[in-house]
Design a protein around this ligand. Structure first.
Ligand code: TXE
Length: 479
């Protein structure tokens, strides 16, 4: 099966919602902007309350048969989805770059990672656990699907951040309503097209829509769980709105990840990795490095090495294969980051490179590194979610750990050192969901991922993640 290809130069309109197995138009529409040009390049249907009602009904109707199909049969279907993603990788990657902005190689990688991750999750075994087994009694822990899962996704990695919860929900026997961000609905609608050939009617419903539909989903009594990925502020609204119907929740929210660079590293040797982990997707990654704490003995050398890396970056349209950094995904985020840069310029901090916004169409911002930043400045305390990163200095390691932890965020962090034991001990003291040593931003379908503190609730991926799409049920038998 293949998804329809783009028509060049014209407004692309070959998109449909997926409701109850039918590819259909909606009661409204969304205009989608290519952030590399600032111009609308596609129009897709959008759903409202009425379409949500139909989708929830269909998902509830489809749930018992999908639940009873069993893990093996569902894993087989997920395998077919992975194959379809690979078969359509080129056209999906091009569309992803057009709507999201990221370099084409990274779009290809996102789809590839999504396919591999889906297969990886569908290989995880969720057996019945025997808790007590003696002459008097048998107590087992079973896991059953929750029912209907609502999935709400953001605009920075629309394919990957949809596939994680989608495959988790499907593999564990739930049916799904999936709503992408209104900024990046298109590849998700194409995912719906692929799924319409693979799953029975109602098992997956894809509704492109604005923020209001997200809120309606969190309030809907026919949805049993919400898996939300996005900002902390909206995550808190989802948390509050879900309380009324006691929905299960996974919240994967923002981060302000610290990287602590110890005095024993060679700055030249780590600069490439640290730069990439900070600026990949132009900084629009929940788990990107957002604050760099470098020991004073290597501070200047690290600053120089990172500036050198920034000099090698090519900012431009993601469809150009030479591009390494694309634009900000949307005008809102572009304005936010431009404002932050203007604030930094008047703050007394030292801009080491970047900081000048080109006067051209598209939401482009060059990689910007900032030294001598005040610890209480917005660039350090908030999630910048853009290509501007502060490099801070420390002399006392205890002080660096305390500053790294002095935040309401707790998604992830990293320690960079030649002494792995020392690195591990420091990593264990970071108040985060994932702490890496000598790397940053690596995930796997068998490793749980999620945030501490205000960075989220629960985990995606792995046994832990999959079980959060299921209700544990104790079966207790007297013998
Ligand atoms: O995100 P939202 P926005 C940060 C980034 C950005 C800020 C706002 O700093 O500047 O968030 O971006 C849906 N109930 N991140 O407004 O609001 C919405 O339609 C239910 C970081 O785009 O979090 C979309 O599908 N759903 C983050 C999804 O929520 C609602 C990634 C995410 O939108 C809703 C994205 C509501 N009340 C932004 N309101 C990261 N760290 O990964 C909106 N939505």
């Amino acid at each position: 099966m293949t998804v329809q290809a783009a028509e060049s130069d014209t407004l692309r309109t070959d998109f449909s919602l997926l409701i109850d197995g039918e590819l259909t138009q909606g009661s409204g529409h969304l205009d989608v902007i290519n952030p590399a040009t600032g111009a609308v390049f596609a129009r897709c249907p959008a759903a409202g309350a009425q379409e949500l009602g139909r989708a929830v009904k269909a998902a509830r109707r489809a749930a018992p048969a999908w639940r009873d199909l069993g893990f093996e049969a569902r894993a087989e279907i997920i395998g077919k989805l992975a194959a379809a993603l690979r078969e359509n990788q080129d056209s999906l990657a091009e569309l992803l770059t057009q709507e999201q902005g990221k370099p084409i190689g990274q779009s290809v990688a996102e789809i590839d990672r999504g396919a591999a991750g889906s297969e990886g999750m569908a290989r995880i075994d969720i057996p019945v656990e025997t808790l007590i087994d003696n002459e008097g009694q048998l107590i087992e822990l079973h896991y059953r699907p929750l029912g209907v899962v609502g999935i709400i996704t953001p605009w920075n990695a629309p394919v990957n951040l949809a596939l994680g919860p989608l495959v988790s929900a499907l593999y564990t026997g739930n049916t799904v309503i999936l709503k992408p961000s209104p900024y990046t609905p298109l590849t998700t609608l194409k995912l719906g097209e692929l799924l319409s050939d693979l799953v029975p009617a109602g098992v997956v419903n894809v509704l492109a829509a604005g923020d209001e539909l997200g809120q309606l989903m969190t309030e809907h009594a026919g949805i049993d769980k919400i898996s939300f990925t996005g900002s902390v502020e909206t995550g808190k609204k989802v948390f509050a709105n879900a309380a009324n119907t006691m929905k299960r929740l996974t919240l994967e929210l923002g981060g302000n990840d610290p990287a602590i660079i110890l005095d024993d590293v060679d700055p030249q040797a780590i600069a490439k990795k640290v730069f990439f982990s900070s600026f990949v997707n132009s900084g629009q990654v929940c788990m990107a490095i957002k604050r760099i704490y470098a020991h004073e003995s290597i501070y200047d050398e690290l600053c120089d090495a990172l500036v050198e890396e920034a000099g090698r970056a090519r900012v431009g349209n993601g469809l150009d294969p030479e591009t390494t950094l694309g634009p900000m995904q949307n005008k809102m985020q572009y304005d936010k980051v431009c404002e932050l840069i203007a604030e930094v310029k008047t703050s007394g901090a030292r801009i080491l490179c970047g900081g000048e916004i080109p006067d051209e169409p598209g939401y482009f911002i060059p990689p910007t590194l900032v030294a001598d930043v005040a610890e209480d400045s917005r660039l350090v305390t908030d999630e910048q979610f853009g290509p501007i990163v502060p490099i801070l200095t420390y002399s006392d390691l205890e002080d660096a750990i305390a500053r790294a932890n002095d935040t309401r965020f707790g998604l992830s962090g990293s320690v960079w050192t030649n002494d792995l034991e020392r690195g591990k001990a420091i990593a264990a003291r970071l108040e985060v969901g994932t702490a890496w040593v000598n790397m940053h931003r690596a995930t796997s379908p068998v490793v749980p991922f999620g945030g501490a503190k205000e960075s989220g609730l629960g985990r995606q991926y792995s046994h832990l993640g999959l079980k959060s799409y299921m209700e544990p049920e104790v079966i207790s038998i007297a013998r």
